[in-house]
Design a binder for this molecule. Structure first.
Ligand SMILES: [Zn+2]
Length: 408
């Protein structure tokens, strides 16, 4: 999560405020000030509002420290932290990549709750020293302590996207050797717990208990996030298990390099309904890809006298994959601009090509895409709007780097 307003940076990590954050600060300030007005009826109204705001900011200050806990441990492992963002449901630290081992992931996950529980312990001592509930300062400190305690304990609930879910993921990863099993189980727990919270929240709301709606909202947030984790993880597993050889085609033609440009235009370009892919060969060796766009730079009167080899791009200059590479590798190499990718044989020839739509074939049932949709992607040379396959594949490759070859 990133976006919103940048308000500075901590340890080189940019800090952002999502617009929804202002709403929750306002609500918490309001709720707190009413409580404090009731506790200290003789106070001027402005004082209660001041304490309310201080507690709201104290809560989010605690959240920032919690996220910093995750972030600094991740940084110490060499993982770049892209941002910390505060929003409606708290905070989130966005890491550039996955931890490389389950134990590293475990340490990152535990660091946040450890900071919160440590703070709670420190604040408990401070509150005691300030006279506890007998003084306003002691009381404010006690409330901050309670917030940090709840932050630490709540986040340890074992379901993604909560920290406890990350812990569960790391443990299952450690036992099974597969980060995908870890994510999928921890996400399943997150979904179940989120759904339970949603049902309890609705029930509490209907029976008139306070906070029901908020619980239902948190449950919904958790369940829908867990579901996204699960789907991403399934897709990434497919991207790694499927190999280029499973999706590539030989949907191209091989022409003799000594053919004249005139013949090439008359026999191939003009009759072709849609643009086709041609490779030129001489003496049984591939010379490269025929780049018909270069025809426009050559005068027509010269076409009969020039050979196809004049407009060839050598294979070495084309981005390529090998047939044993994963689909994730193909998607990353394909990037966002190219329409297709070359599959090179071990001896450097052309084994096949991968069209942009081809990489979607194994994912189609998950994405709800039909054969017609895939044909359209091949024709247009770009993925449907909103399908960000490149970062997903990139993450899959990072995870794969943590696994022994046999696990994939
Ligand atoms: Zn956390």
């Amino acid at each position: 999560m990133q976006g919103g307003i940048r308000v500075g940076s901590l340890f080189g990590i940019p800090l952002y405020l999502d617009p929804s954050w202002f709403l929750i600060v306002l609500l918490i300030t309001w709720g707190n000030s009413i409580r404090w007005q009731q506790q200290y009826p003789s106070w001027p109204g402005l004082w209660s509002w001041g304490v309310g705001l201080a507690l709201a900011l104290g809560l989010f200050g605690s959240v920032v420290l919690h996220e910093l806990g995750h972030s600094l441990v991740a940084k110490a492992q060499g993982v770049k932290v892209r941002s910390i963002t505060l929003f409606l449901f708290g905070g989130v630290a966005t890491l550039e990549q996955e931890s490389r081992t389950p134990m590293q992931a475990l340490r990152v996950a535990l660091a946040g709750p450890a900071v919160s529980l440590g703070l709670a312990l420190g604040l408990m001592r401070l509150a005691h020293w300030l006279g506890g509930a007998n003084s306003p300062w002691g009381r404010i400190t006690q409330e901050l302590m309670a917030m940090n305690f709840v932050l630490g304990v709540f986040n340890l609930i074992p379901g993604l996207p909560l920290d406890g879910g990350q812990v569960l993921k790391a443990l299952i990863w450690q036992v099974t050797g597969s980060p995908f099993r870890g994510i999928q189980w921890a996400a399943a727990f997150g979904w179940a717990l989120g759904t339970l919270a949603m049902l309890l929240g609705v029930f509490a709301f209907l029976s008139g208990a306070g906070g029901g709606l908020w619980l239902a909202l948190i449950g919904w947030f958790m369940a829908s996030n867990a579901q996204t984790y699960r789907q991403y993880s399934f897709l990434q597993e497919i991207l790694l298990k499927t190999k280029v050889r499973d999706v590539m085609s030989r949907d191209f033609r091989v022409l003799r390099a000594e053919m004249s440009l005139r013949d090439f235009v008359d026999l191939y370009c003009i009759p072709a309904q849609t643009p086709e892919i041609y490779f030129a060969e001489a003496d049984g060796r591939y010379l490269g890809l025929v780049d018909s766009s270069r025809l426009t730079q050559i005068e027509r009167s010269r076409w009969p006298h020039l050979e196809l080899r004049e407009i060839v791009i050598p294979l070495n200059e084309l981005p390529s994959v090998r047939e044993q590479d994963s689909l994730a590798q193909a998607i990353v190499t394909l990037g966002n601009d190219r329409a297709w990718l070359l599959v090179r044989s071990p001896v450097g020839g052309v084994q096949g090509i991968v069209m942009r739509g081809d990489v979607l074939k194994p994912l189609a049932p998950f994405l709800g895409m039909s054969g017609l949709d895939i044909e359209r992607v091949n024709r247009e040379g770009r993925y449907p709007q909103g399908l960000n396959l490149v970062p997903l594949a990139q993450k899959a490759l990072e995870l794969a780097a943590t696994l022994p070859e046999t696990q994939i």
